[in-house]
Design a binder for this molecule. Structure first.
Ligand code: SF4
Ligand code: SF4
Length: 189
């Protein structure tokens, strides 16, 4: 059956009428910053103090885009007669974001919580070579990492927090006991 003349125009106008009454969803970036979900994979931040240079992240990265250099240092014995220890010192930690596929494997495998996702995304460059970012920049991004979400009310208390709480309670009880003993001694005098 041949199309009715003007039906295409009517359909097009119907679409226009339908959409012109709806609120626009266009984001006026960069004048208005987008509200990103807290777990957005923008860039990877490095918390250098936690890094032991175990190389696990670099070995597991499917793109081989993490570059780590380090050297060994001897730490003197903590007590007389003790043994000297050697430890790794980080010299370079860089990620080539032109190769990175944002899979998150490096963050998952880091046993020492040294890598985190940051929602920061404004690091585009006109030269691809400048997308390799060194430890200072990775560290700056660390401060843009959002706080972890609160635990569910019924969730088990994390081991680290439980241990810190128990130690604090023990110290508090010890102090209270000492204060009570002192009061009693002062009362006797
Ligand atoms: S997110 Fe994936 S590809 Fe990117 S550095 Fe980490 S492991 Fe490598
Ligand atoms: S896995 Fe973690 S601790 Fe090991 S080198 Fe990578 S960032 Fe450092």
């Amino acid at each position: 059956m041949p199309p009715i003349p003007g039906s295409g125009l009517a359909k097009g106008l119907a679409v226009t009428l339908r959409t012109m009454t709806k609120k626009s969803v266009t984001a006026q970036y960069p004048d208005v910053q987008p509200e990103l979900p807290p777990r957005s994979r923008g860039v990877i931040g490095l918390f250098e103090e936690n890094c032991t240079v175990c190389m696990l992240c670099a070995r597991e990265c499917p793109d081989w885009c993490i570059y780590i250099d380090s050297h060994k240092e001897t730490v003197p014995a903590a007590a007389p007669g003790g043994r000297e220890r050697s430890r790794n010192v980080l010299d370079r930690f860089a990620i080539d974001f032109s190769l990175c596929m944002y899979c998150g494997i490096c963050i998952e495998v880091c046993p020492f919580d040294a890598l985190f996702w940051s929602p920061e995304f404004e690091y585009a460059e006109t030269d691809i070579l400048e997308l390799t970012h060194e430890r200072d920049r990775l560290r700056e991004w660390m401060w843009t990492v959002p706080e972890p979400p609160a635990l569910d009310p019924g969730a088990e208390e994390p081991k680290e927090i439980a241990a810190a709480r128990k130690t604090a309670e023990k110290l508090e009880a010890q102090r209270a006991q000492e204060a009570q003993q002192q009061e009693e001694e002062e009362g006797k005098e």
